[in-house]
Structure formats: C-alpha cells, structure tokens
Design a protein around this ligand. Structure first.
Ligand code: ADP
Length: 647
C-alpha cells in the first residue's frame, strides 16, 4: 500500500516543489500551516511528516512539541525541511524528536533517499513492536498457565499427601478406605494433568502422532461414559445419547485419542453446566467412501456458554475463556487445544456454537478407516447358539428395531413382542425361550411381574433382562435378585451392551465359565520382572498376586541377561523396565534376542515404561520387545498382556 506523507509549509511554491518530487512514489497531502495539519490529523494518520520550521501562527518546533505530547501522533516520524540552516536549530529540532533535518534548497535525490530510509526504519520498528507485544502476551499467557498448572497439580498432590496422613492415623477401616479412595481419585486426576502437559509439549515440538487400531465405536463410547457418568450423577444432570442408526459398529482410528477428546468435551460440558442441567451426545455418520467414513460427534449442553470474543481464542494453548474460570472451575486450558490437534490429525475439525448463559454445542468431525469386523465377533465363541431363541418384549418401536438389527447381525433367532399379550401368545405357539429382554413398562403389565411369571415354577429359568429408562426406575440389587432378574439394562443402550448382556447371561445359563476369570490364573507360569525401583517391583508383585504367577526379580538389565542366559527356557514372559542403571531395557533385550538358544528368541518381552509416546513404543519394538505397558501400570492392561502371551 502506498504510504502517505504530509507536507507542511506556508510557501505554496515550496509545497508544489515537494509535491512534484514525491508524488510518483507516495500519496502526498500538502497543507499551508501546522494548524491545518492538526485538523487533517483528526482524519488521517500519515506515515511521515515533512515540515517547515518558520511558519506564521504556529512554528514547526511548536507543532513538534504538540505532536509529541499526544500519544496518538507521537510515533509519526517528522523531518524538518527548512532554510533555517544553522547548527543550533538543527540540534533543537532533533532534540524535540525529529528524525531528520534537511536544508533548503534540497536535492531531490537526497530528500527521496532520506524519506525512504526513515520509512523503512519506521516499518522495522513497528514490526519489532508487534513481535515484542506478541511475545509479551504469549509469555504472560504462559506465566498464567504456569500458575494455573501449579494450582492444578498442587491441589491433587495436597489431597494425596493430606489423605495419606489421615489414612495412617485412622483406626477405623472405613475411614482408611475413604482416605485411600480420595488418594486414588486425586492420583488419577494428577495423571490426567501430567498427560495433558506432555501432550502439549509433543504438539509444540510437532511430534504428536496417532496410533490407529480397529475397535468397536459403541464400546469406545461406553468407556467414555464410564469415566464421565459419575460426574454427571454428582451434579444430577441428565445425559442423552442420540446415535444415528447408520453408524458403523467398528472403525479404524486412534481409540485412546478419541476417548481423550470426547472425555474432555463431556467433562467440560458437565463442569460448565449447573446442577440438574442437560447434556447430550449426538453421533452420526456424515459421509462414507469405500475406505473411510466421516463421523460427526456433537456434545451439547445448556450451561454457562462462552461469549463470541472468548470463542475466538479458546483453541490457543494455555487460554481459558476468562482467568476467573480457572479460579471457579479449575482446569489447565489445554484440553481444547489438544482436542483440536487430535481431530485435525484425524483429518477433521472442531467447531463451537455457543451463547452466553444459554449453552454450548461443540461439534467434531473425524475421519476413520472402515472396518470389516462384525458385531458377531463380540459374541462369546463358547456359547452354543444352536436352536437358541430370544424373546424381546417392549412397547417401544425404537427398542424393538434396535434388537431386530443387533440379533439379526448375531445370527440369533428371535421374536419381538410389543405387549405381554403377544409375549404369551409367542410362548404358547413356539414354547419357552432361552433368554428374555423385557421392557419395564409393557402395555398391560409391568416388566418385573412378567419376568416373575416367566420364571416361577421353572427349575432352571431362562435369564431375564429388564430394560428401563432412568426416569422410570432405579434398579436395586435386592429387588433384582428377589425377582430373579439376571440383569438390568438402562435405556438408551448401545448395541455392544446387548451383546455383553447375552454373553454374560447365556454363559452362566449354559454353565460356560466366564472367559475372564478362568484365564486369569497363571499358576505354573514364570515371569521375570526387571525393574530397578524397589517400590515398582513391590507394586507389580502385589498387583499380580491374585493371578498366582511365579515372579523372579532382577534389578537391572545386566542381572536379567545373566539370569536368562543361564536358563533360557525358565521364563514364560519378561516385564522389562526401560530406563535402568548399568544396562537399560533396550540393550538387555537386544542381548537376550542375540543369545544362541531358541527360547530366548520367542520369549515374550514386554516393555514397562513411563515413556508412552508412539516413538518410545516404536523404539522398544525395534529393540526386539513384543509389547508395551505404560506406567503408571493399570491392572486391566497387565491382565490383558498376560492373557495375550500366556493363555
Ligand atoms: P480446561 O481444562 O480449562 O477446561 P479446555 O481447553 O478444555 O481447558 O477449555 C478451555 C476453556 O473453554 C474452559 O476453561 C472454559 O472457559 C471454556 N469452555 C470449554 N467448554 C465449555 C462449555 N461446554 N461451556 C462453557 N465453557 C466452556
């Protein structure tokens, strides 16, 4: 854009000479007095002022003093162009703040050169100032962030330290257990904060990666809800789930990261929505191709909302809608930034619609790979499905249609009855069924009574599952067992929950052992635990006590290598810490794999490390390890690994 220069001189001749010299290069505005200049300044701020000194009414020097006293104009570079060519005036002009002092008559080339020179210096100063301001505001956001983080970390730590003392001093076992419960919750919260900080560091270093796997979308949502439900219950809020029937059962994506995004959005929704508020989770298939599908997930709440100005900065790192928010609600201000990064890596995006005081809708789009896996794969292979029949009794068309969909996919024979009258008619015509799903309120009779009629008098009654909505009923365990109800399923439920119900109830009814329990006994198996920290060895031994696995310990890689090379086929599995003195886990693994015995080649070696990023896992696998357990250790994951490698 062309720069604007004001030329101020009481001589018309001088003005026109200056104008002719400059007009090819700049937008020149001439004025015959300093007073007129101030009138122009009300409307336009020029990039530079070329000003005479000796002028009637107001001299250039006086004008300069007035310019400098007003912060709106004080940064405009001023060059004096004057015939008052003595060193006193020159020094005075410069002292007043002029950037240059040029004598009349002037050479065109010199004038142009000086103007260009000062304008480029001015540009440079402006650019630097903007950068400096950005740096100052980023640094102040970071220091706010540090103070938030410190608060976010100290709060759970405080609970952990305080409750440890309370627990130690408590005589009553219930009081001890309560303290342990608080310690457990605070530790999980602290872990979440630390994970966020690490994710943020990864994002800033541009090293954030996804690890896609094939998983059931509904089971993933179930995991999210199991994390979030207690917070919703605590605030007595209602959560509605709306799922498009076209949603694929299985997808290929990074399950953990999707859980992280949805947990963040839902926990914000509960956090920023008052008690008794409503939250809904809406999932839909937006579009699909042969290879992938685009999923849209919306989290909607009727909470405090976010103003338009605040919405624009929410995805910047370390920013919360208002600093007051962090004081009132806690939080690090990192969740949305990380969520945005994750959904963008999934070729999607995130969008906020919100009105202050009314509520918020946050929508994400994510692209996932299509999977060939069917719902059937979740059904226990131990079940005998031959001639098996299920009766579903519910007056809701929607529920019957969901069962139609699921049971057809499972290849299980079924009938759908809209009323108890139809249920008895089916039983009369076709005989008793092997399992019943019954709505709590079917038209003429309540579900529990129907269950009672179906089960009384039978020596081995078929399992009955009661389906209810939260507003109707809260299932009490004693009530359920008194009425011989095998399970209660709260509406709305996921397709995977129906499959889980069938697995659980029919495994019991058919006398098939529940898969998990019988495989978690590893008596006779030998595990070598390589870990330099005594406390970590102690924790793992305690966590595995119930599995009856026999554990030997080595306190570093070198000791482990000696043990394995002496008796290579003694161990069935190794849990190997990575960072250890003397010889680390990676090196020990490489040595073990290089041993001459066949056993040491096939021996499963599982990395056990607090480094949990994709590249850390890759490093372990490249060193010859088979799998990875992240610290802090999770019991379910350890069991999963043992099942995978020892069963
Ligand atoms: P935090 O850990 O602080 O919650 P987030 O990045 O997840 O960090 O959210 C940033 C800020 O966005 C929150 O502090 C809050 O001000 C605002 N926010 C996010 N979700 C909601 C919502 N559903 N309703 C109102 N404000 C929200």
């Amino acid at each position: 854009m062309q720069k604007t220069i004001f030329v101020v001189d009481d001589s018309i001749t001088n003005l026109s000479v200056a104008e002719q010299t400059l007009e090819n290069y700049y937008n020149v505005i001439t004025m015959t007095s300093a007073i007129r200049m101030f009138v122009f300044l009300e409307k336009i701020i020029p990039d530079l002022i070329l000003m005479d000194v000796a002028m009637p009414e107001m001299s250039g020097f006086d004008a300069m003093i007035k310019l400098k006293s007003n912060t709106l104009f004080s940064d405009i570079p001023v060059i004096f162009l004057t015939a008052l060519a003595d060193s006193y005036n020159e020094a005075y002009g410069i002292e007043l703040g002029a950037v240059d002092f040029i004598m009349k008559p002037f050479s065109e080339a010199v004038l142009l050169h000086r103007i260009r020179h000062h304008l480029s210096i001015d540009d440079l100063i402006k650019e630097r100032t903007v950068k400096l301001e950005e740096a100052i505001s980023a640094s102040s956001a970071k220091s706010d962030y540090l103070s938030n983080m410190s608060h976010e970390m100290r709060t759970p730590l405080n609970a952990i330290i305080g409750m440890t003392t309370v627990g130690k001093n408590a005589n009553d076992i219930n009081e001890k257990n309560r303290a342990l419960g608080v310690i457990g919750n605070a530790s999980t919260h602290l872990l979440g904060v630390i994970n966020n900080v690490l994710d943020m560091a990864k994002i800033e270093a541009k090293k954030f990666e996804l690890s896609p796997i094939e998983f059931s979308f509904d089971s993933m949502l179930q995991k999210v809800l199991s994390i979030i439900n207690y917070r919703i219950d605590e605030k007595k809020q209602t959560l509605t789930i709306v799922s498009d029937s076209k949603m694929p059962n299985f997808i290929i994506a990074d399950e953990q990261r999707l859980i992280q995004v949805l947990t963040n959005l839902l926990s914000n929704a509960t956090k920023f929505t008052p008690e008794y508020g409503s939250i809904s989770l809406e999932v839909a298939l937006e579009s699909e191709t042969e290879e992938d599908c685009l999923l849209r997930i919306d989290v909607v709440d009727n909470g405090i909302g976010i103003s338009k100005e605040q919405q624009s900065s929410l995805f910047e790192s370390f920013v919360q809608a208002e600093s007051k928010i962090s004081r009132d609600y806690g939080g690090s201000g990192l969740g949305l930034t990380i969520s945005k990064c994750i959904v963008e890596l999934m070729d999607g995006g995130i969008h906020i619609e919100s009105e202050l005081g009314k509520g918020t809708r946050i929508s994400i789009l994510v692209k996932a790979g299509r999977s060939e896996k069917k719902l059937l794969s979740l059904l226990s292979t131990r079940l005998n499905l031959d001639a098996l029949r299920i009766l579903v009794v519910d007056d809701s068309e929607e529920t019957r249609s969901q069962f139609h969909d699921v049971l057809s996919q499972l290849n299980i024979k079924f009938d759908l009855a809209p009323s108890s009258y139809d249920a008895f008619r089916y039983i009369g015509e076709k005989g008793a069924y092997d399992m019943y799903f019954i709505g709590w309120r079917v038209s003429e009779i309540d579900g529990v009574e129907l269950a009672d009629r179906l089960t009384t008098g039978k020596e081995t009654p078929a399992p009955v599952v009661i389906m209810y909505s939260a507003s109707q009923w809260v299932m009490r365990e004693d009530e359920a067992s008194a009425n011989k109800i095998a399970k209660a399923l709260q509406k709305p439920f996921f397709s995977t929950e129906i499959v889980e119900c069938i697995n659980d109830c029919l495994c019991k009814a058919q006398g098939v052992d529940d898969t998990r329990e019988d495989t978690l006994n590893f008596a006779g198996k030998k595990l070598l635990l390589v870990e330099d920290q005594e406390i970590n060895r102690e924790i793992l031994i305690a966590l595995l006590e119930s599995t009856c696995i026999d554990i030997d310990c080595a306190e570093d890689g070198e000791v482990a290598l000696n043990m394995v090379s002496q008796t290579p086929d003694k161990y069935d599995i190794i849990f190997m810490d990575v960072k250890m003195p003397r010889m680390d886990g990676l090196e020990a693994t490489r040595h073990i794999r290089a041993l001459p015995s066949v056993a040491s080649l096939s021996l499963p070696i599982i990395a056990m490390t607090a480094n949990v990023f994709a590249e850390d896992i890759r490093e372990c696998l490249n060193a010859g390890m088979d799998d990875h357990l992240g610290k802090p250790l999770e019991v379910d994951r350890i069991h999963q690994i043992l099942n995978k490698y020892l069963s």
